[in-house]
Ligand binder design. Structure first.
Ligand code: URA
Length: 435
C-alpha cells in the first residue's frame, strides 16, 4: 500500500482501512515514511476527522508499536489515572498515595511539562534525590510494597506517538480529537492497568476550551479504553483558573503536602477525593461513592495518605524528611508581589496566562530539552470571588535570575480581572462520562 494513496483517501474524506492504518503506523515506527508524508496525513486527519472505529484501530496500532507493561504479577485491580493537563494540576501527586492508602494499586506513568502546563515528573524532581527514571523491575517492586509508584514513560511505550507528537507540535496538527485520543490512550493502554480514570480539563487553561469539545474528547477516550477491555471513565473538570494556589514545581509539592495533611485548598481536595472515589469503585474497594469518599477523607485526615507519600518518596530515592519539614525543597531567592490595580472582586484568573508567567520565571520549558528552575513559580493570594483592595498582592512571583521577570509580571497582572459583582462560580466537576 503506497503512502500517497492513503493520504489521498483521507484527503478525500474516506475512512482508512485497518490495513492502511497499520501501514501508516509501521511507516512512522520504522522510518519508512518521510516526515512530509506523515505530516500530510496528519493534516488530512485534522481536516477530515476519523470514525470511532478508525481511532480505535490507530490507537491499537500505536500501542503495538512498542512494549506493553505486564502488571499481571501484582494481585488486584490496577487503576491508572491521566489528566489532559492544566495549570497548577498537581492532582496525581496527592491522588496516587491517597488511593493507595485506600487499597487501590496505582501504577502511574507521567510526563513532563511543556508550554504553559506543568508536568508531574518535574514537580517530583524538585524533591532532592527523587528518581523518576525507574526500571520496570523497580516500578513493580515499589507497587508491590507500597501500592503506588510514579515514573516517567519508558522509551519504548508507544514510540510511534513520540514521533507523531513531535511532528504534530510543529505542523499545527495537535488540535484533533482522534489524534489526541489515540496519542493519550496508546500510552495509557501500554501501561497495562485494568481500569482507568481520566481527568479531562475544560476551560481557558486547557486544550479543550468548551464543554462540547471536552465531552467529545472524553467520549472518544472512554470508547477507546472500553473497546480495549480496560474499564475507563472520565470526569470533565473546570480549568479556567489555576487549580489550588501554587503554580511551579517545588511550590506545588508544598501544596501537595498541605493537601495530604487535610489542609489543602478546598477545590483541590474536592477533586482529589472525587477521583479517588471513582478509582476505589473501579478497584472494587468500596460499594458506594459515599463510602469511598468518606474513606478518602479519613485517609487525608488521619495522615495515612501522607505516610504513603513519604514511603513513595523514600522508595524512589527522595528525601522523605520533607513530610515533616518542607524546607528541604528548593526556595527561590527573590519574591515579587503583583499588586491589585484597583479595589473590587476578582472575577477571573486566567490559568493560561498564569501558567505562561510561571514558565517565564523559569518553572517551565518551551523546548522539551530546556532546563527548568524547580524553585520558580507563582503563589496566588486571591481566587475568583475574593474581595481585593487596591495595592494588595494578587499573587507573589518566586524567582531566581529571571531575565523575563518584567514580561512575567505584566502577564501575571493581566491574568486577573477585577470587577464589582462577585461571579457565579461554575461547578468544579462539569460531567462524568462512562461506558
Ligand atoms: N497529550 C498527549 O499525550 N497527546 C496529545 O495529543 C495531547 C495531549
Amino acid at each position: 500500500m503506497r503512502a500517497v494513496d492513503i493520504i489521498r483517501a483521507k484527503r478525500d474524506g474516506q475512512p482508512l482501512s485497518p490495513e492502511a492504518i497499520d501501514t501508516f503506523v509501521r511507516g512512522v515506527s520504522t522510518g519508512a515514511w518521510p516526515d512530509y508524508q506523515i505530516a500530510a496525513l496528519l493534516m488530512a486527519i485534522v481536516l477530515r476527522g476519523m470514525t470511532a472505529e478508525e481511532t480505535a484501530l490507530l490507537t491499537r496500532a500505536m500501542v503495538t508499536s512498542g512494549d506493553r507493561v505486564d502488571l499481571s504479577s501484582l494481585p488486584g485491580i490496577k487503576v491508572g489515572k491521566h489528566s489532559t493537563g492544566g495549570v497548577g494540576d498537581k492532582v496525581s501527586i496527592v491522588l496516587a498515595p491517597l488511593a493507595a492508602a485506600c487499597g487501590v494499586i496505582v501504577p502511574k506513568m507521567s510526563g513532563r511539562g511543556l508550554g504553559h502546563t506543568g508536568g508531574t515528573l518535574d514537580k517530583l524532581e524538585s524533591i532532592p534525590g527523587f528518581r523518576t527514571a525507574l526500571s520496570l523491575e523497580e516500578f513493580l517492586a515499589a507497587l508491590a510494597e507500597n501500592g503506588c509508584a510514579i515514573m516517567g514513560q519508558t522509551a519504548n511505550i508507544a514510540p510511534a506517538d513520540k514521533k507523531l507528537y513531535a511532528l504534530r507540535d510543529v505542523t499545527a496538527t495537535i488540535e484533533s480529537i482522534p489524534l489526541i485520543s489515540a496519542s493519550v490512550m496508546s500510552k495509557k493502554l501500554a501501561e497495562g492497568s485494568d481500569a482507568l480514570v481520566l481527568d479531562v480539563k475544560c476551560g481557558h487553561g486547557a486544550f479543550m476550551k468548551s464543554i462540547d469539545e471536552a465531552r467529545a474528547l472524553a467520549r472518544s477516550l472512554v470508547a477507546i479504553g472500553t473497546s480495549a477491555g480496560v474499564r475507563t471513565e472520565a470526569l470533565i473538570t473546570r480549568m479556567d483558573a489555576p487549580l489550588g494556589r501554587a503554580v511551579g514545581n517545588a511550590l506545588e509539592i508544598r501544596e501537595c503536602l498541605d493537601t495530604l495533611r487535610g489542609r489543602g485548598p478546598a477545590e483541590l481536595t474536592e477533586l482529589v477525593v472525587r477521583l479517588a472515589t471513582r478509582m476505589m469503585r473501579l478497584a472494587g474497594q468500596a460499594t458506594t461513592d459515599d463510602e469511598a469518599a468518606a474513606r478518602a477523607r479519613e485517609a487525608l485526615a488521619s495522615g495515612a495518605a501522607l505516610a504513603r507519600f513519604g514511603r513513595l518518596v523514600a522508595r524512589q530515592g527522595g528525601d522523605a524528611s520533607l513530610v515533616d519539614d518542607a524546607r528541604v525543597l528548593p526556595q527561590a531567592r527573590a519574591r515579587t508581589p503583583v499588586p491589585a490595580p484597583c479595589s473590587g472582586v476578582v472575577l477571573a484568573m486566567d490559568a493560561e496566562k498564569v501558567g505562561r508567567a510561571s514558565m517565564l520565571l523559569g518553572a517551565g520549558r518551551e523546548r522539551a530539552d530546556a532546563p527548568i528552575d524547580h524553585a520558580a513559580g507563582i503563589v496566588l493570594e486571591v481566587a475568583p470571588g475574593d474581595d481585593v483592595r487596591a495595592g494588595a498582592p494578587l499573587m507573589v512571583l518566586h524567582h531566581n535570575d529571571a531575565p523575563a521577570l518584567e514580561e512575567a509580571r505584566a502577564l501575571a497582572a493581566a491574568a486577573v480581572t477585577i470587577g464589582d459583582h462577585p461571579p457565579v462560580p461554575p461547578p468544579l466537576i462539569l460531567d462524568w462520562i462512562h461506558a
